[in-house]
Write a protein that binds this ligand. Sequence first.
Ligand code: BDR
Ligand code: CA
Length: 315
Amino acid sequence: MRKVVLDCDPGMDDSMAIVMAAKSEALKLLAVTTVSGNYPVEVTSRNARKVLEMLSRTDIPVARGMAHPMVRQSPKDPFTHGADGQAENNLPEPKMPLSALHAADLIIKLVMANPGEVAILCTGPMTNLAMAITKAPEIVPMIESVIAISGAFGLNEYAFLNATGDTPQSEWNVYVDPEAADIVYRSGVKLVALGLDIATHFSVNFSEAQIAAFAASDRKEARFLSRAIRFVNDRGFDAYCTIIDCMAVGYAIDPTLVATKAYRVGVETKDGLTLGMTVRDGRHHHVWEQLPLVNVGISADHGRFLQLLSELTLQ
Ligand code: BDR
Ligand code: CA
């Protein structure tokens, strides 16, 4: 089993990422850590525990993390995940306690206790991970890898058609805390960045029959997903919005689902038109060697990904 920590800001798609990570037999979910992003950290910490209680997996600790980006105010999300942050599923208030540790400290502790074995799945802004790396830089070579829903790399039309940040070409998680992303990207950690190019592809969709199967299932998490799909459909969005973050978990379970390519990438931290943009240097010549090498997701087998997600949700 691959050991993972899921660092997230649930969020409906983060919630489904927790479902996948907790239910997959290929993964050992050591902890869920939470951060401000889609919603303030109080809400995301509550939502993470609601999901684990829905799954009866209160053995998995939840540690609350950063309440704000490293140097900025939290921006307002132009997309809404609903009043509860979970597509108005209105799950019961959680009873399980939070970990006594701060998310960054729990990440440091788990990585140090399992050197070379823990992959960090980042499906929110990278604030917690950047704090952990800043506080204990010695953990960088001990992290098995970071698999992040992060960036938009201009590889296809989805990269920018579905830009989730509040600038024309940014992805939400980077846009919220570009300084944190910059720290993680430049840290030397083995980073796999799954951007909007592949994670918001319009072929990430469900048939009416599949949605009906989720709605009719005796699994609460399947009914959660069916309601989330209806919630986004009612607001004019396609179903991919409900499962963007799941691709990081899918890739952790089965790396053959996504093809990656190493590119030099820089994160724009200057305010204005391009704030939060992940600039990929794909040139044949004169490449900026000073930019970090990032393994960027360039294509995905969306059919197999959806199959895996459906199976895990319904089982
Ligand atoms: C990211 O934005 C958030 O709204 C989603 O949860 C996902 O992590 C995609 O850009
Ligand atoms: Ca998220």
